[in-house]
Structures are given as structure tokens and as C-alpha cells.
Design a protein around this ligand. Structure first.
Ligand code: ADP
Ligand code: ASP
Ligand code: MG
Length: 588
């Protein structure tokens, strides 16, 4: 007999018929002899509907009242499902997040789970009850004894389910949804998206945080950190779905479920070089030509960055191993001779990276990294961020000092620090899946001082407001007054808070101004084999160029390549890139 946690999403509970069908499925699992904890979302689009009601009253509802409102959605579904189970003769009881002992921090609307006090659940399980728990919600411990209802953020019932599975040491956490599992991309947009039998937690973390709504990124983070076996499958059939495994041992000693330090390790990769092409034409096809020719020249590019274009010209910067510099420059010169532009390069660089699940989801982490580098007098030549890693390219001679100071700030032991790591090539695909994120806006801070600490000040200003930045790009180009531009994307929801905070900050920088770009989407390809494959980026850029889609920004990290493009091309681009890697059914 095993303990299973099963989570049913809104679409699986969209009507009374569906609720009855879910009850039937739970009854069958129970009859196989397993103990069951069931986590549910609100019915259908109830959370959207409640949000709409609030918006008819105010544009800026207090976060606390939103939590009071939204948490009612899940309370409806736990009670109805429990009634349906009891009707079928399966003894069941419903619990709200508070009653289930789900303790969270106090940040309304985005609270993280600190711990789950499981005594009551365990007692009920001992009595043979099936327990139906409201996902997406919890309670604060309450300062002065007054506890408050909190919610975890949209899509958060996945996180409730995995956190329960970790705390109860359940054999498996099954996420039942309206698709057969995790697919190569969103099947609502790409018709021939293909089911994956399995995917690594790191790849899934990237995909989920880059817009693959099928799993809440924080759910994957907990599964990864606590070794929870996670299965995503359809609630309409009995097929196997997709399995995510992690071989980590659950370790509750490091702080709360979602409140441990996300930094698992630090590494330094020496002998890096940066090549920057500036004043190159801003038109579809240029990035494709450049990275195709680098790949033809046998150059394996690591990080790529392209800042927002300036009127009609562009800068593209990339990093490579120093011993590939000669080849890279030869290829670049050939290209520049035909298209125009300037080349510059810098040797003797080092890439310093911190890694761990959910780094970018915690805005304070990247900002502490930038801050400690700036406090150590180290200028960051280039930044690359992803959900599992933040990398900074810095001067080689400052590498060891940076390693020491960063290790100290994140309290890392010698074992967690690696010099020149070698990553194993397990022959994983260069691209496993593609995600489209329509929930981002692009902001540029123009004319910022080019000195250590600028990026860190921007990040920490936003981190104080709990706002995460994504796709941070520092332009290579300096203005006449020696200032630079920094661009990034952030969630639409954070737009007004971010603008408010940034306006205050740039008041201190003479001539600096804030610019919101046109409506954009973020399209990202993710795959563990990417660092071992030459030319992946070139293929992506070519797929976009073939459709005459201009790329606004490019940002990569080891296992992902992200392009920011105009919103109007999002779905076309997704289809194009998906088929260029032959990811669809009957394509490989
Ligand atoms: P639930 O209500 O069950 O939580 P969600 O709507 O949150 O369901 O998530 C499932 C949806 O995620 C699917 O209907 C699909 O459109 C979308 N989706 C986006 N990317 C992917 C992907 N890579 N694989 C599967 N589904 C995806
Ligand atoms: N009902 C919540 C939402 O729609 C939580 C969830 O579905 O996971 O975001
Ligand atoms: Mg969901």
C-alpha cells in the first residue's frame, strides 16, 4: 500500500459531471489499496472570474482581500468533490489550506510554503479517509496569534500538491490535467506537439518558468529539491503521461519547504573570451547568418546576448572558450565585410555562475550576487540568467576573489564550489521543448552609468518590491556620454510597481530615462544537450528569419536560448521553431 498525492486542475473539475468523473477515478485508485491525499484547484475558470469581479470594483485591489476572494474558489471544489466521493461510498473529508496545516510566509498573492503540519492529515489517513485539500492556499502563522489566509500565486495548486507529497513522503505525486502530460510545446498553439515520456527537473524548471503553464515552476523546484517523483497525466484516460524524477534525498534541515537557500553551488569557468559585433544592420536574418557561420567554422558559442536595437543598427555579443577566438574572429570578419559593422573582443575573462532550482524566482538572489561583485570592485562584463543559473562574465584576474566573496555570501562549503567544471554529455537532445511566454513586458533603462553596481542597484531596487527580472541584457554600446543601456523583461503584473520603483531610482542618474518597449513575447528553446551542440542558436534565428521575424533581444544560458520578439509573431514563431527541430509527432 502506497501513499499517493493526486492533484486535479480547474479544467478537470469544470462541471458537476467532471467532478463526478474525478470522484470515480479517485474511488478506483482507492480500491487498489492506496492511501490518497487529493489536491484540487477551483472549478474551470473560477479564479479568472473572481479576479474579473474584483476588477469591476477597483484597478488595484488590496492583496489581502484578493486572497480572501480567490481562496473561495478552491473551497467550492473541495466540498463538492468530497460530497461526490461520499456519495460513491468512499469516505472522504475536505480541508482548507489552513485546516491542512499549510503554513506560508505572509506575502499575499505570492506566498511561499514554509512547512506543512501534517498531524491532522496523518490521523485522518489512519482512519481510512480520503482527504481532499484546497490547493493554492495556506495560512500565515499569525503575528500576535492572528493567522491570515494566503495564496501561492496563479497555478499554485501544483505547488501545494508537490509540497504535500514531500512533507508526507508520498510515493508519487500525480498531476491530472487536460493534456496527456508534458508536451514538446503548448498543444493549443502547435497542433502536432508531442508527449514526452520523461523530462529532467532542470529542463522542466526552465520550460515552466518560461511559460509552459502545464506545471507551476515552484512545484518542479520542490520536486527537484525533495526527490518527489512527479507524474503529469490526463484526467480523461489511463495513459502513463510524463514522469519527472529527482534523486535528491528529502532534507528538511535546510529551512522551510520553499524557504531554503536556492543556491546549491558556485562555479568558475576560466579562459573565456567575449566577442562583440556592433553597429550591424537590424534586420531579420543577421543573427542567423552570424551563428550559422560560427557553427560552420566549428565554433561552439556559449552565451549570446543581443540588446534592444538602436534605431536601425544592432549589437550582438557572445562568449566562447578562448581557444576558439581565432576561428570566431575569422568568421565574424567575413560577415562584417559583407554586412558592415565593427568587431571588438576581449580575452582573459572568466565566467562565474551560481546555480540551484528557482534562483530567478527569488529576486533577492541575483541582486545579492551583483551586489557582492560590485562591493568587491568587480565590473560585470555580461550577465546571463536562467531559472537554474545566473552567470556573470568578469575579468580573469578577479576570478578567485569573486569566488571567495560570492561563496561566503551564499554560505557555500568547499564541496559546493567548482573550478572549471566538466559537464557530462549524456547525449540529451539539443532542444527538448519550446515555451512561449505572453506574460512579459520589456523595459529599458537608458543612459545608466557604466560602472560596477549599476545592474545590481536596478535588480535590488526591484527585488525589494519582490519583482523578478528576466532576460537581463546590458548593451555593449556606450553613448557619447559614456553611459550604457540595460534592458530586461518582467511580468506584466509587476509593470506599475516596477516603473514606480525605477523612476525613483533613475532620478539619481542624470540623463537616464525609462522606456517601455512595444508589446513582446518571449520564446525559448530548452534542452540539456544544448551546450554540446554547435549551431542550435543559428537554427532558431534562421527559423525566425525565414518568417521575416525580427529579433528584439536575445539572451541565452547553458540549456536555453530565448528570443524576445513582437507579440504579433508569437504563435507563428512557436510553430516555426518547433518544426525546425522536428519535435512534432511524425517529424523525428
Ligand atoms: P490545470 O487546470 O490542470 O492546472 P493548466 O491550464 O494550468 O491546467 O495547464 C495545462 C495547460 O498547459 C494545457 O492545456 C496546455 O495548453 C498548457 N501548456 C503549455 N505548455 C505546455 C506543454 N509544454 N505541455 C503541455 N501543456 C502545455
Ligand atoms: N485556481 C488557481 C488558479 O487558477 C490555482 C490553480 O489552478 O493552480 O490560478
Ligand atoms: Mg495549472
Amino acid at each position: 500500500m502506497a501513499l499517493l498525492v493526486q492533484k486535479f486542475g480547474g479544467t478537470s473539475l469544470g462541471s458537476i459531471e467532471r467532478i463526478k468523473a474525478v470522484a470515480q477515478r479517485i474511488k478506483s485508485s482507492k480500491e487498489k489499496g492506496d492511501d490518497l491525499v487529493v489536491v484540487v484547484s477551483a472549478m474551470g475558470h473560477q479564479t479568472d472570474e473572481l479576479t474579473r469581479l474584483a476588477s469591476e470594483i477597483t484597478v488595484d485591489p488590496p492583496h489581502r482581500e484578493m486572497d480572501m476572494l480567490l481562496s473561495t474558489g478552491e473551497q467550492v471544489s473541495i466540498s463538492l468533490l468530497t460530497m461526490a466521493l461520499n456519495e460513491l461510498g468512499t469516505p472522504a473529508i475536505s480541508l482548507t489550506g489552513t485546516q491542512a496545516g499549510i503554513i506560508t510566509e505572509s506575502a499575499h498573492g505570492r506566498a511561499r510554503i514554509l512547512e506543512i503540519r501534517t498531524e491532522r492529515i496523518k490521523n485522518l489517513l489512519d482512519q481510512g479517509q480520503t482527504i481532499v485539500i484546497a490547493g493554492f492556499q495556506g495560512t500565515t502563522l499569525g503575528i500576535g496569534g492572528i493567522a491570515e489566509i494566503t495564496t501561492l500565486g496563479r497555478g499554485g495548486s501544483d505547488t501545494s500538491a508537490v509540497a504535500l507529497a514531500a512533507s508526507l513522503e508520498a510515493a508519487t505525486c500525480e498531476i491530472y490535467t487536460d493534456v496527456p502530460g508534458v508536451l514538446t510545446t503548448d498543444p493549443r498553439i502547435v497542433k502536432n506537439a508531442k508527449l514526452m515520456k520523461s523530462i529532467s527537473c532542470d529542463e522542466m524548471l526552465e520550460l515552466a518558468s518560461l511559460g509552459a503553464a502545464v506545471l507551476h515552476p515552484r512545484a518542479v523546484e520542490i520536486a527537484r529539491n525533495f526527490g518527489v517523483t512527479l507524474v503529469v497525466k490526463s484526467s480523461w484516460d489511463n495513459l502513463d503521461g510524463t514522469t519527472l524524477t529527482s534523486n535528491k534525498k528529502p532534507d528538511f534541515s535546510q529551512g522551510g519547504i520553499e524557504h531554503r537557500s536556492p543556491v546549491d553551488g558556485l562555479e568558475l569557468l576560466e579562459n573565456q573570451a567575449v566577442v562583440a559585433l556592433s553597429n550591424i544592420p537590424d534586420r531579420p536574418g543577421i543573427a542567423a547568418e552570424l551563428f550559422e557561420s560560427l557553427s560552420e567554422g566549428g565554433v561552439n558559442v556559449d552565451l549570446i546576448i543581443q540588446a534592444t536595437h538602436q534605431i536601425d543598427s544592432n549589437d550582438i555579443t557572445f562568449t566562447i572558450a578562448e581557444n576558439e577566438l581565432h576561428n570566431a574572429l575569422t568568421q565574424c570578419e567575413k560577415l562584417i565585410n559583407t554586412i558592415g559593422g565593427d568587431i571588438s573582443f576581449q580575452k582573459d575573462l572568466t565566467k562565474l555562475s551560481i546555480y540551484g532550482a528557482g534562483i530567478m524566482g527569488r529576486p533577492g538572489i541575483a541582486s545579492s550576487l551583483f551586489q557582492i561583485l560590485s562591493d568587491s570592485g568587480i565590473n560585470i562584463r555580461l550577465i546571463a540568467t536562467s531559472e537554474v543559473k545566473v552567470s556573470c562574465v568578469i575579468d580573469a584576474e578577479l576570478g578567485k576573489k569573486a569566488l571567495r566573496n560570492v561563496g561566503e555570501i551564499f554560505k557555500l562549503t568547499d564541496k559546493q564550489i567548482t573550478l572549471n567544471p566538466t559537464i557530462k554529455n549524456n547525449n540529451e537532445p539539443e532542444v527538448r521543448g519550446i515555451a512561449l511566454d505572453k506574460d512579459q513586458i520589456q523595459i529599458s533603462v537608458k543612459n545608466v552609468p557604466d560602472k560596477p553596481g549599476t545592474a545590481s542597484t536596478i535588480c535590488s531596487t526591484l527585488a525589494e518590491k519582490n519583482i523578478s527580472l528576466d532576460t537581463i541584457v546590458q548593451s555593449e554600446r556606450k553613448h557619447k556620454d559614456k553611459t550604457k543601456d540595460i534592458s530586461f523583461t518582467l511580468k506584466k503584473n509587476d509593470r506599475s510597481d516596477a516603473k514606480y520603483a525605477l523612476k525613483e531610482l533613475i532620478g539619481n542618474w542624470k540623463g537616464s530615462k525609462l522606456e517601455e518597449g512595444e508589446s513582446i513575447v518571449r520564446i525559448s528553446a530548452v534542452g540539456s544537450g544544448m551546450p554540446f551542440t554547435k549551431g542550435t542558436a543559428g537554427k532558431i534565428f534562421r527559423a525566425l528569419a525565414n518568417q521575416k521575424i525580427n529579433i528584439e533581444m536575445i539572451a541565452t544560458s547553458e540549456i536555453r536560448t530565448t528570443c524576445i520578439i513582437s507579440e504579433k509573431y508569437g504563435e507563428k514563431a512557436l510553430n516555426e521553431i518547433h518544426s525546425c527541430f522536428k519535435l512534432g509527432k511524425n517529424e523525428s
